[in-house]
Design a protein around this ligand. Structure first.
Ligand SMILES: [Zn+2]
Length: 577
């Protein structure tokens, strides 16, 4: 009679608490270690379970005497015995640096030691020495039970249920940094330097090396799209880059190249999508031709901006706003003295260029109700038309809507107290939404109409043919949170051009359905990052909250939600389309 959906027996977590989600006979009293459990009318429950370090046993018992034990392990922080060095616990990447760069190192070792890192020449001579320090051990405190006595660098992934990476005791994490000389002198080493870790009793060689460049080098992007980040390896994503883009490389950290965009502005690109030019080689001149910008209407709600003669693919950044976009090209100098608006142009209202510094060419394009943009390079087109093209769209009065039921097939998503997978709930709801939208005269297509596995790339590729993307999900919590406290509707956007839609759906659905409101979120998700459509993700409610779960699985609520969503979209399009 007692069904435990989460966590599984023997679950391991690093958190100080987890929660249990399950279902039972609503007519019977259920206790957990002797204390009554709050049960929803249909018999669902979710409850926080505080965890002591090590093994924790909980026993659920019904009034009729059924018993269900549950064991959960809480992983304590990793502690390293005194005298030991464990660089394997936080591996150091190999580095390529330039004069003046800072070298920052982290290493795990036993507490209260003198730890030094040295970078050595092939003959063993120390070239750079970096002392590392760690917080001192708090006298007599057991680090296992200290309030926050370790570095918690694990990401609390939204809607990700398990977190099992062991944290490391704070006093075992040593850090240090040093700045390289600002100018390379004659004896600046050319061979890679080897890293050694050294304490009073131990000296071990690391696989990581440090290579020194006196000058930047050049490279080219080999794949479209290539992820570009603010820092390696998990920094925020920036505009993805395109094949052929010329890069100024100023360093490397593990498999990530540091790229100079403009002045002090840098970004990081993965090694596997960058080809490095031989030392001393330069890209062809990046001088931008004298530009005559012209607009070219494509359809009633689409237009393009042509930059004929622009043949160089350059790194760029797109900022998509509700009323237009800013496009920055790095490594370009403006020669723009002429802009021609096509006589039939109705989509693009105004174009302005600027040169904020010596190597950034910026275009500000005013375009009310922007719902998508992309930059393409037409290299093979006839001579007159070869160049860069910015394709732009505004929200049409009857937009092509892509409705995406999240997960599917082998990807279940989260799970309700009765064991229903999120993918099934998303699909059931989406089918009702699609029917309601069609009835309301909206042009809607589903990414999936069955329980099939579908990758994120497959979904985002599909989005290319649509003006609006709405992805439907049901929320869950990670360990360490309270499922009773988190509830309500939330919407998610990435590009600012989609914020008005995220706001409208959040407010409109919240009002029409009278449900708790969790919030509007900026969130870098595959389905919200789509640049060629107005993309919003909706989390209808929390499957980990029993009361909310009863609501979202109720077919009558789903029908009400479908009507409300369809109406909100119709209203939004009428106001903004
Ligand atoms: Zn989901």
């Amino acid at each position: 009679l007692i069904k435990l959906v989460y966590p599984s027996n023997g679950h391991t977590t690093a958190e100080k608490q987890t929660f249990v989600v399950g279902a039972t006979d609503p007519k019977q009293l259920l206790t957990l270690n002797g204390q009554p459990v709050v049960i929803s009318p249909k018999g669902y429950f979710s409850q926080v379970l505080p965890l002591s370090p090590g093994s924790n046993t909980f026993v659920f018992r019904t009034a009729s005497g059924e018993e269900r034990p549950l064991t959960i392990n809480r992983q304590g922080p990793v502690r390293v015995p005194n005298g030991q060095i464990r660089p394997d616990l936080k591996p150091t990447p190999s580095l390529i640096c330039m004069p003046g760069d800072w070298v920052s190192l982290t290493c795990v070792a036993g507490a209260n030691q003198q730890l030094t890192a040295t970078y050595c020449l092939p003959d063993g001579t120390v070239w750079l020495s970096i002392p590392l320090t760690a917080p001192l051990t708090a006298g007599g405190n057991d680090p296992l039970n200290g309030p926050d006595d370790w570095f918690d660098d694990r990401q609390a992934l939204f809607a990700e249920l398990t977190q099992t990476t062991a944290p490391i005791a704070k006093q075992c994490v040593y850090t240090g940094k040093a700045q390289l000389p600002k100018t390379a002198c004659d004896n600046w080493p050319t061979a890679p330097l080897t890293l050694f870790w050294q304490t009073a009793t131990q000296r071990i060689a690391d696989k990581a090396t440090l290579s020194l460049w006196q000058q930047c080098r050049f490279g080219q992007v080999t794949k479209t799209p290539t992820v570009m980040r603010t820092s390696p390896p998990e920094g925020s994503r920036l505009t993805p880059q395109q094949t052929g883009a010329w890069l100024t490389l100023t360093g490397k950290q593990g498999p990530w190249w540091r790229v100079r965009l403009s002045g002090e502005r840098t970004a990081w690109l993965p090694d596997h999508s960058v080809s490095l030019l031989p030392e001393g080689d330069h890209p062809p001149s990046l001088a931008v031709p004298v530009l005559t910008l012209k607009t070219q209407p494509l359809a009633p709600d689409a237009s393009s901006l042509l930059l004929p003669g622009w043949r160089q693919v350059l790194p760029y950044h797109l900022n998509l706003q509700p009323n237009g976009l800013t496009l920055e090209w790095f490594g370009a100098v403006s020669h723009c003295d002429f802009i021609h608006y096509h006589p039939q142009e109705t989509v693009i209202k105004r174009i302005e260029w600027s040169q904020p510094n010596m190597d950034t060419f910026t275009l500000d394009i005013n375009l009310p109700r922007l719902c998508g943009a992309e930059v393409v390079y037409k290299q093979d087109a006839g001579k007159a038309n070869a160049g860069a093209v910015v394709n732009l769209k505004r929200l049409p009065t009857n937009p092509r809507i892509l409705l995406d039921p999240g997960h599917g097939g082998s990807e279940s998503g989260s799970m309700g107290p009765d064991g229903t997978p999120e993918k099934a709930l998303n699909l059931a709801l989406s089918l009702k939404v699609a029917a309601a939208m069609r009835q309301a005269g909206l042009n809607v297509t589903l990414t999936r109409t069955q329980d099939v596995t579908m990758g994120l790339v497959e979904r985002t590729d599909m989005a290319a043919d649509f003006d609006m993307v709405i992805s439907l999900h049901h929320n869950a919590l990670p360990d360490g949170r309270d499922p009773q406290k988190s509830k309500g509707l939330s919407t998610y956007y990435y590009h600012a051009m989609a914020k008005p839609l995220a706001d409208a759906l959040f407010e409109g659905l919240g009002k029409a359905l009278g449900v708790p409101k969790y919030g509007v979120f900026y969130d870098s998700l595959a389905l919200t990052r789509i640049p060629t459509a107005m993309a919003v993700l909706v989390e209808v409610g929390f499957m980990t909250n029993p009361q909310e779960y009863e609501r979202v699985q109720d077919p009558a609520f789903q029908q009400q939600f479908a009507m409300a969503l369809s109406q909100q979209v119709k209203q939004f399009v009428a106001q903004h389309g």
